[in-house]
Design a protein around this ligand. Sequence first.
Ligand code: ATP
Ligand code: MG
Length: 467
Amino acid sequence: MRARAGKVIDYTPLVDEALSRAEFKVPQVLLIDRQLAPERLQASYLVAYEPLREKFFDAHVPCEWLESNEPSYTLYTSGTTGKPKGVQRDVGGYAVALAASMEHIFQGAPGDTMFTASDIGWVVGHSYIIYAPLIAGLTTVMYEGTPIRPDGGIWWRLVEQYKINLMFTAPTAIRVLRKQDASLMEKYDLSSLRTLFLAGEPLDEPTAQWVQSALKKPVIDNYWQTETGWPMIAIPRGIEELPSKLGSPGVPSMGFNLTLRNEVTGDVCAAGEKGVVALDYPLPPGCMQTVWRDDQRFVDTYWQSVPDQLLYSTFDWGVQDEDGYVSILGRTDDVINVAGHRLGTREIEEALSSHPAVAEVAVVGIADAVKGQAAAAFVVLRDPDRINAPGASEGLQAELCHAVDSQLGAIARPARVCFVSMLPKTRSGKLLRRAIAALAEGRDPGELPTIEDPSALMQVREALGGQ
Ligand code: ATP
Ligand code: MG
């Protein structure tokens, strides 16, 4: 049983089903009663928590020695683009990679305190709430809950209280905070905090600039996937200090032989030329070993984009500049073709979110009889009341289209701009563009295993006129 943003989510049916399917006989299920929904607790599971905690509080648990290639865990990708893939990881390589990343990317030293605001069910949580800080001798702060409960100052209160040195979260959380009062950050003593790291989705410039000026601390983007386990593009720390560049998570990390490739020929792109982010064989320590119980899916999914070459495809689209900095332009699925022009939905989102009225936006491509595809934008406003007056909605739509015209040209102008109060996301906060696009084209969005709040899809449907 768990509360997510105030709503009680009953996990016991999931536990029941897992137990009924498992071949292993589980001797005892420990359920912590948080008094959220006492009527739903099953007597057979309940074990008093406090006495157990007291009994084992000082227990010393010896290490279990394992061969370094033993699987340490399997973890599923977010399911943004389809059925989640079960990523299997080893023990030794992962531990080495995480320890190195703490030193050379996250600037963590023994004795520091790190607060990664994520969920331990996701890879950022596995790697940077649990394993990496503990392996590297840091204290880790585990906090369950959203950044705005009980109020938008909760994270900063934690920083003050626990003298947190390093923070790590996702841009989606910062966009949530951006809708809150910025003075909440000034109320707390943030002097212990050195850096805020962000990863998990594109960090748009308005969000980066807002949080940087509100916090007055460096905000550093880094790019990776569940599959890699740790950042494959980042700003390395150490002998040579590289500056950050707005709009880029940095340069390829040590051990990653990362290049941008032409998606058809597989040739390495020149500086400034857009291509697919790919990794050479072998993948560095910490990366996935295979897809859990499905080696064939591992080969078919990741290693077969370019014929006759052993290249791992990230399915992300990027561009590298003369200095080696890579910018991520979105997923290869998210490129749309408008009258023969290839546009990244992310570029259009970035143009729209530069308008001060916009809190969040999703752009998808929809089929268009004349142009092949056209962009449709779904916008969450910072102040939803702004469009209540007659004509206000049309006025703002025109302003938003103008923002796109002036930054990217009229070719990128969205064919539709719809206002919604919430966007459909996976539970890890990633936009479900594929579901939005399906609805916008009147198709069935299909199975959505990890959607955060299904009512967001209803809103998209309504915004489209109930199609
Ligand atoms: P699935 O693979 O199941 O469709 P997913 O790709 O969302 O889901 P994750 O492994 O959680 O699952 O997310 C990794 C993806 O997130 C990357 O491939 C990339 O598209 C995006 N991403 C992560 N970090 C960044 C970043 N710093 N900038 C831009 N995009 C990022
Ligand atoms: Mg993925």
